[in-house]
Design a protein around this ligand. Structure first.
Ligand code: GDG
Length: 479
């Protein structure tokens, strides 16, 4: 057992919610990264004097804990080897593709696994050092699945929650993992294991029963030492009010008009916004759009597709291949179908500030979200939050977690190009009444279930699963 530290709430995630930047005077500084998780956890961290443990990116060593914009941050160092084996290797070359329905082939390497164990152990040791007696520790995502059990071994007094942001696969796929039992046991160190959807929670409970041999009943797992672990769904959301406010602002409205103007004021703008990832289904969506032009249903004089692809995991081979494939496809489509000043696809391999994203959402008539598999997909929710005019059309893959809540979207199967073409065209041709009829209930859903409600409900459930232990975390807002 390690000696307790002083933090009552500890967030453990692969990344810190800040990025390294070079300040105007040339010295290194920090900037908060624009993720939804920071927005979600900021209020609850403030209400509880929480700390956040994570990797700041890069290979800088000997970083000391520091405060930044009211956040207490504890940086974890990574060596070039850790990045290669733990991060790019086991996390993004093994777990990511395996958990996303093997959309790409997962690779199994023993040295990647060894590194995953070692890095998880370091995160667990750091959390054990920082957490106060009976504190709440919330561990995030697929890079840190062994941390709950490692942490419990070091500090049995803690209340431990784990949340998986990506899908949890069915037994038939999970079974491929040479280290399947170790991962399940790692997760079972938590008191509460949260998933995006019920399906993920059920897959997990079934595997625990079959592979580890524990007794289970509905969403509960009974361990031999008398402890109970709950596995349930907590669909993540966004800062809906924040996005709406941004979208309503004068500056964003102005920028949205400027974007339309720059695109030649087409009748309709289609938009895709994704990390450049093979799970996101960018390729079939662009093909479907281009075929609609070839078939004569759409004309480049009337319609343009804006695709923002944020650079991601560029050192992993499958991501490099994907980037080349998309570059080639966009080149072909524009070469074959574009006219002077009228490309069919406006392709942007770049990342943008939040304001620009909100302006794009406002400018877009049809938002196209077509992942082969996605834990949730926040982009779909952000688009809905920005459409305070109750206008705009959402075309959404039924394989995104968000499809469970956004039932009124034009739902598609990304493997079915013809079906996708029909949906794109329906959304293109839908009249005002039809668009409003669909958008209104989706907006209601997102506004009522925002990210603060998500964080509060997870933490409340965690306190309920382990009631007799330690202090209770104060919610950021009662829902
Ligand atoms: C994982 C799961 C789950 C993107 N480009 C820019 C930018 N973004 C922002 C979006 C959105 C976020 O990044 C992406 O979130 P997604 O949910 O769409 O996808 P993943 O990155 O794969 O996230 C996913 C999520 O975790 C949360 O649990 O929903 O299923 O895969 O917020 O707006 N933001 C800015 N500039 C960009 O260029 N500012």
């Amino acid at each position: 057992m390690s000696a307790p530290g002083s933090a009552d709430l500890v967030i453990v995630a692969n990344r810190l919610p800040v990025d390294r930047v070079t300040l105007s005077d040339g010295t290194p500084g920090w900037r908060t990264s624009p993720g939804g998780l920071v927005t979600a956890l900021l209020p609850v961290m403030r209400a509880n004097d929480g700390i956040w443990i994570g990797w700041p990116g890069g290979t800088e060593q000997d970083l000391e804990p520091f405060d930044f914009e009211g956040l207490s941050l504890v940086p974890m160092a990574m060596s070039a080897e850790d990045i290669e084996n733990f991060y790019e290797g086991f996390s993004n070359g093994t777990v990511w593709p395996l958990y996303h329905d093997v959309v790409a082939k997962p690779q199994f390497h023993r040295e990647w696994w060894d590194s995953y164990v070692a890095v998880n152990q370091r995160f667990a040791a750091r959390a054990a050092e920082m957490a106060s007696e009976g504190a709440t520790v919330w561990v995030h995502d697929y890079q840190l699945q062994l941390v709950p059990q490692m942490l419990r071994n070091l500090r049995p007094d803690l209340r431990i929650g784990f949340y998986l942001h990506i899908p949890f696969p069915p037994a038939e796929l999970f079974q491929q993992l040479p280290w399947r039992r170790e991962l399940l046991e790692g997760l079972l160190g938590a008191d509460l294991v949260g998933f995006q959807l019920n399906g993920g929670a059920q897959n997990f409970v079934r595997l625990v029963r079959q592979r580890v041999g524990h007794k289970t009943h509905r969403d509960l797992v009974y361990l031999d030492d008398g402890r109970t672990v709950r596995a349930s769904a907590f669909p993540i959301s966004i800062d809906a009010a924040g996005f709406e406010e941004l979208a309503r602002s004068e500056a964003v409205g102005e920028r949205a008009r400027a974007i339309r103007e720059a695109l030649g004021n087409p009748r309709k703008i289609f938009l895709g916004v994704d990390r450049l990832d093979y799970t996101k289904g960018i390729y079939p969506r662009l093909r479907a759009f281009s075929e609609l032009i070839i078939d004569g249903h759409l004309d480049v004089e009337d319609a343009v597709f804006v695709q923002v692809a944020t650079p991601s995991r560029e050192r992993v081979e499958q991501y490099r291949i994907l980037r080349d494939d998309i570059d080639r496809l966009v080149g072909h489509i524009n070469g074959d179908l574009g006219k002077i000043g009228k490309p069919a696809i406006s392709y942007l391999h770049s990342s943008y500030p939040r304001e620009e994203m909100a302006a794009l959402y406002r400018a877009a008539d049809i938002m196209v979200v077509t992942p082969f598999r996605d834990g949730m997909n926040l982009v779909a929710k952000e688009y809905v939050a920005c459409r305070y005019d109750n206008d705009g059309a959402l075309v959404l893959s039924e394989f995104a977690g968000a499809a469970d809540e956004l039932r009124q979207a034009w739902l598609i199967n990304p493997y079915d190009i013809n079906g996708m073409k029909t949906a794109l065209l329906d959304a293109y041709n839908a009249d005002d009444r039809e668009r409003t009829r669909r958008m209104r209930p989706m907006r209601k859903q997102i506004i009522q279930h925002d990210v603060v409600a998500w964080a509060d409900s997870f933490l409340e459930e965690l306190a309920a699963v382990r009631p007799s232990h330690g202090k209770t975390v104060r919610p950021a807002r009662r829902s």
